[in-house]
Design a binder for this molecule. Structure first.
Ligand code: IVH
Length: 725
């Protein structure tokens, strides 16, 4: 939820003037302007799959439109947008679960990041700085990724990335893309092979298609990426067939065998099997080599005929890739070196304060819309109060101490999928008489004091101002609900920000538990959901079915959905894996209130959980309101045990292992990653819960403790024999 924080200024457009003070003539003008704007956003959303504003901003436009009609009923003619129904189709495509998750890449922006990437790999593998290490470099295609599953050489499924675990089934559409082989007749094609790559559109085809759209009076696509996505992700394969889509293969998922033992070798095999592969992919032998390749590809960028947004580096040896493994959602063995962000100048029309689910007040720049690298930007982050004032995270001046004011001409930057940000101010264009922005000291949603906490670790004031309304602040409550149903949390189809806002506003849903009683209450109610604006019989039926389907939900998603401060997806997964069931987690966190307890020690011993997170977890479960909400929620939802993508059968699966002393055959990081790959938990200290200690030369107190407790101790070679590596 967001509230306008600034008052209108003289000479500003009507958009800044409160509905209550508009004259009938002004209201009519504003109503027409809003109608045009909303229609345009609807077209982008429904027609093109390419919205250019957030749902919250869209809703604000809609609300203002409705408020105008409420005050001036004459405006509500039959032509009014409030009389038209149109809602997002909730279930366009069937879902496909990826057998091997589709991961993302971490990013490098500067040359130093690339050097660090290589150092990290060497350190992890225990390679000397001069030991040979081959890394491939290839363009990062700006399209949408797809996974193509072949069984006995025949294309059987095509799926989009989705959330990485589950994508949309676009098989019918993929079958009509010429660049995607439907049948592969190659002796070395394994029984099962999932080819992954990027569907994209070439510049020339994009221009032609937009020309056709224009001639037919149809909406234009904003950029080739949107055109490719819109062409693949639509329900009629006949339409896809008319769209000139291209494809590059660069990776793979579930496979029964591999045709080579290097990245380059497998990609070359893909080329032989008939998949288009990128001709610019090369093997490199040093950081200098990688950077030279990056600059060569960047120099060629304008001549390629398709969009790329960086260069991807991948360790060539698949054996080393396997050893390197993954951190969270990205492989340790690859990185995307992005091209510099695109920038543009525009006017800062207003500053809006958004209240997040943890009460953080975030200033958002409302900009005069401007195109940056093919995307229309109307909002950008201003980070926090200090940033607006010209003070950096370290308390030192930034931008030479220049503040940012409403009315300023500002430079904005957009880098890939990152939220655009305001970089600086063009001082020559600062309007005379402008005033420094005054950050609100109260929450715009609930009026509670908003304060900057003192960080206990640094002793400094936090840069973020937070609403102190806590559980009473409606904005926080609503944001928590939005988070609860969001894609990486419960992921309820048809229940997005817009619907949550409506349900919350109308008092239909106060807390997460109410979502699961909606259908029952709707059946008993006279004012049914299906009769409301934006809903219909089918969409309501689909919504209730989607809610019903989430009564059983993977434990990690459930934990993440609770929106506990500092508990992101990775931490939620760690907790789910460690405690197994929600009951066990809850009991442990209640017991951990006592800092002298085993439970508190165990929580802190989980690798990846630090004191701040542990503290936040204990606090969350100690809050009486959370207890009540959880009890109510658990009568509706059953969190399932953690679903594992690969079932691990190994002698150390489920065991708690401690490594100590010097390791010779692998680095400490690698040992840990390896143990986790085999399903073990790695702890930093030895306790009664330790099952195994792997001790190298020089092991001291941990080894002694293990012996004292009678825990099994083996050496490094013993470890390799045990796991069979
Ligand atoms: S490799 C395990 N190679 O970038 C890593 N990705 O941020 C698999 N992408 O979702 C990805 N060009 O859509 C890889 N040459 C390339 C790529 C590429 C574009 C996209 C892909 C992925 C995203 C990761």
């Amino acid at each position: 939820m967001s509230e306008r924080s600034s008052s209108s200024t003289a000479g500003a457009s009507l958009r800044d003037v409160a509905v209550e003070v508009l004259t009938p003539r002004e209201a009519k003008r504003e109503h027409a302007a809003l109608a045009a704007e909303i229609a345009e956003h609807d077209r982008r959303y429904f027609g093109e799959d390419a919205p250019t504003i957030s749902d919250a901003d869209y809703d604000a436009l809609r609300r203002r439109y409705e408020a105008l009609e409420a005050r001036f009923p004459d405006l509500a003619t039959d032509e009014s947008l409030t009389k038209k129904v149109g809602t997002r189709p909730s279930e366009k495509f069937a879902k496909v679960r990826h057998r091997v998750p589709m991961l993302s890449l971490s990013n490098a922006f500067a040359d130093e990041d690339v050097a660090e990437f290589v150092v990290r790999i060497r350190r992890f593998l225990g390679l000397a700085p001069d030991a040979p290490l081959v890394i491939t470099a290839e363009p990062k295609i700006d399209g949408l990724s797809i996974s193509l599953r072949y069984e006995k050489g025949r294309l059987v499924t095509a799926a989009t990335r989705g959330d990485g675990e589950e994508g949309e089934d676009v098989t019918a559409n993929a079958r009509v893309v010429d660049a995607i082989p439907k049948e592969i007749d190659a002796a070395d094609m394994p029984e099962v092979f999932e080819v992954r790559g990027e569907v994209y559109m070439r510049h020339a085809d994009f221009a032609a298609i937009n020309q056709r759209q224009a001639e037919a009076g149809k909406p234009l696509f904003a950029n080739p990426r949107n055109a490719a996505a819109g062409s693949l992700r639509q329900l009629d394969p006949a339409v896809t067939a008319r769209r000139p889509l291209a494809f590059f293969a660069y990776a793979w998922g579930d496979v029964s065998a591999l045709p080579a033992d290097t990245q380059m070798g497998v990609v070359e095999a893909l080329g032989r099997w008939g998949f288009p592969i990128n001709p610019l992919m090369k093997r490199c032998h040093s950081v200098e080599d990688l950077l030279a390749r990056y600059h060569a590809i960047e120099a060629d960028r304008a001549n390629l005929g398709y969009d790329i947004d960086g260069v991807v580096y991948k360790v060539d040896s698949l054996a080393l890739q396997e050893r390197l493994g993954f951190v969270s959602r990205s492989p340790r063995w690859a990185i995307a070196h992005k091209f510099p962000a695109e920038r543009a100048m525009t006017e800062l029309l207003d500053i809006e304060i958004q209240v997040g689910r943890t009460g953080a007040l975030t200033p958002v720049a409302k900009l005069k819309p401007v195109t940056v690298g093919g995307v229309v930007v109307a909002n950008a982050t201003l980070h926090n109060e200090d940033y607006i004032r010209g003070i950096g995270g370290d308390g030192q001046p930034i931008r030479g101490g220049i503040d940012i004011r409403i009315g300023d001409t500002v430079e904005i930057q957009r880098a890939g999928d990152v939220i655009p940000q305001v970089l600086g101010v063009v001082m020559d264009k600062r309007p005379a008489g402008s005033e420094p922005y005054r950050f609100p000291a109260t929450c715009p949603a609930c009026g509670s004091h908003a304060v900057r906490e003192i960080n206990p670790r640094t002793g400094r004031e936090d840069a973020v101002r937070r609403c102190t309304g806590g559980l009473t602040c409606p904005a926080q409550a609503m944001e928590r609900l939005k988070h609860f149903v969001s894609r990486n949390a419960l992921d309820i189809d048809g229940l997005g920000d817009k619907q949550i806002e409506l349900f919350f506003r109308e008092g239909l849903v106060h807390g997460p538990q109410d979502i699961f009683t909606l259908a029952e209450r709707d059946a008993a109610s006279l004012k049914k959901l299906k009769d409301r604006e934006g809903f219909g019989e089918t969409s309501v039926r689909n919504l209730f079915a989607a809610i019903e389907a989430r009564r059983r939900v993977p434990l990690n998603r459930f934990i993440f959905a609770l929106g506990i401060r500092h508990v992101g997806e990775t931490t939620a997964k760690l907790l789910a894996r460690h405690y197994g069931t929600f009951e066990a987690l809850r009991a442990a966190l209640i017991a951990a209130r006592d800092r002298a307890s085993e439970a508190w020690a165990e929580l802190n011993a989980i690798d990846g959980i630090g004191e701040v997170v542990a503290e936040a977890l204990v606090q969350f479960f100690a809050e009486p309101h959370n207890e009540t909400t959880l009890d109510a929620l658990l009568t509706q939802v059953t969190p399932q045990e953690m679903e594992r993508t690969v079932t691990i059968e190994s002698p150390v699966a489920g065991k708690t292992v401690v490594f100590t002393g010097t390791l010779v055959r692998m680095s400490r990081d690698e040992a840990k990653a390896m143990a986790e790959r085999y399903g073990a938990k790695v702890a930093g200290s030895v306790s009664k819960k330790t099952d195994l200690v792997v001790a190298g030369p020089g092991a001291g107190s941990k080894l002694a403790k293990a012996q004292e407790l009678g825990v099994e101790v083996i050496d490094e070679d013993g470890w390799f024999t045990l796991v069979g590596a």
